[in-house]
Design a protein around this ligand. Structure first.
Ligand code: FES
Ligand code: FE
Length: 427
């Protein structure tokens, strides 16, 4: 019988010899072979070994501001409830009843006193404890039938979950490095101004690869490049752009000195992508025009600045995480992105815009202005990844060469992906 991908037993996972060979033979500096983007079997491996074993960014704290507020997120077959309990602690549970497995919360978001199964009304408190289960007899032990918890980490208001029994231990290092950058933006005092899900007809890795380079930005993103400098997103000096990059580096240096020294805001780049399990990169970068925000005129979109900020020209703090998120923190708003694979060739991108909790729509901000740049950019990116996915189906497709100047972080993502698969296949 042909060996197919199976998760055998805890700690032991294998893939088919075909997938193992693909992983082993990946050519550095090149795009991945076609099956990585189109094979349902590789997709199953990705869900088990990448999304099932790493810290996945799923939500932002301000989506569940009050006790009892919850959201559900689906990571392939696994639905997870993220809920704020009565003590304001945030917990995550498998969205599966311990009786006969019914899905408990069937909306994307809501508010509950307890979690009540719609099937036979088993009732769990917000800490996952089974409170009521009728007709189960005296011998039934409720204490052994609480909800299965899921590991959760809160990094300055960004919520990450890990489905593995033993999550990667280096999250603490990530958190210690990133919180000084993120905390001044005070996510806990923001509210969700907009959240938009789009579905891209492509493999999730194309979505991430596209996000890890700005090679395509000048030709495709007029709204985004009105404020961002495309060479701020991973360009390295090549003979043709050396002078431009030198002057940009000078601008970054001057602005960082001002933000760090004059304003106490950590800004310098941290790149922890190589050899990391929880890989990430961050940097606060200057913006063009007025330098305030990722809007069409680069001026703030919301008059109520975040946190204790007293000035608007703080550029954009970017954070990119492996495997599924990117974020932009500005003085007036935050835009944050999650990538949820739906199948080998479908991917959901969730974009959330946060403003100060006291900002009033129509008074302090206009929703169309707030969302204009990233709505346009998301749609442009959707088109790009979808035509990429189509091209990869061709018999003529062979993995092409990445630019050593503008696709360094695409290569780093692919290297991370292959290294993680290799490590887990051989675990
Ligand atoms: Fe949930 Fe029966 S399946 S109470
Ligand atoms: Fe793009």
């Amino acid at each position: 019988m042909k060996e197919t991908y199976v998760a055998c037993e805890p700690g032991k996972t294998k893939v088919s010899p075909e997938i193992a060979a693909l992983v082993e033979n990946r050519k550095p500096g090149h795009a991945l072979d076609a099956p990585f983007y189109i094979s349902p079997e590789v997709f199953e491996a990705d869900m088990k070994l990448i999304y099932g074993q790493h810290w996945i960014y799923v939500a932002v704290e301000s989506e569940i501001p009050e006790p009892g507020d919850y959201i559900t997120v689906d990571i392939h077959r696994n639905s997870v409830v993220v809920v704020r309990d009565d003590d304001n602690a945030i917990k995550a549970f498998h969205n599966v009843c311990r009786h006969r497995g019914s899905r408990l919360c069937n909306e994307h978001k809501g508010s509950v006193g307890n979690i009540v199964c719609p099937y036979h009304q088993w009732t769990y408190d917000l800490e996952g404890k089974l409170l009521f289960a009728e007709h189960m007899g005296d011998d039934f032990d409720r204490s052994r039938n609480g909800l299965k918890s899921v590991h959760l980490q809160n990094l300055g208001g960004l919520l990450f979950i890990c489905l593995a029994d033993s999550p990667p231990a280096d999250f603490d290092e990530f958190k210690a490095a990133m919180e000084p950058y993120i905390l001044p933006h005070q996510i806990s005092k923001t509210k969700v101004a907009a959240q938009i899900d789009i579905v891209e007809e492509c493999n999730w890795k194309l979505t991430i690869e596209n996000n890890r380079e700005c090679y395509h930005c000048a030709a495709n993103h007029p709204e985004l490049t009105a404020s961002i400098f495309e060479y701020g997103f991973g360009y390295q000096a090549s003979p043709s752009n050396q002078a431009m990059l030198e002057s940009y580096d000078q601008l970054v240096l001057e602005r960082s000195k001002d933000w760090e020294g004059g304003y106490g805001l950590p800004s310098i780049e941290i790149e922890h992508l190589d050899g990391r399990i929880t890989g990430f990169r961050t940097q606060r970068l200057p913006l063009d025009q007025h330098g305030e925000s990722e809007t069409l005129d680069a001026k703030i979109a919301s008059k109520k600045l975040l946190g204790d900020f007293t000035r608007a020209d703080l550029g954009a703090l970017s954070l990119w995480t492996q495997p599924n998120s990117w974020h932009h923190f500005m003085s007036d708003h935050i835009v944050t992105f999650q990538v949820f694979p739906l199948s080998a060739e479908r991917t959901m991108v969730r974009t959330t815009w946060l403003v100060h909790q006291d900002a009033v729509e129509g008074v302090d901000y206009n929703l169309d202005n707030l969302t204009a740049v990233w709505n346009a950019t998301n749609n442009q990116d959707r088109h790009l990844v979808e035509i990429s996915q189509k091209g990869i189906h061709s018999d003529a497709y062979v993995p092409g060469t990445y630019s050593p100047y503008t696709e360094i972080y695409v290569e780093k993502f692919c290297r991370w992906y292959i290294e993680r698969l290799t490590a887990l296949i051989n675990a």
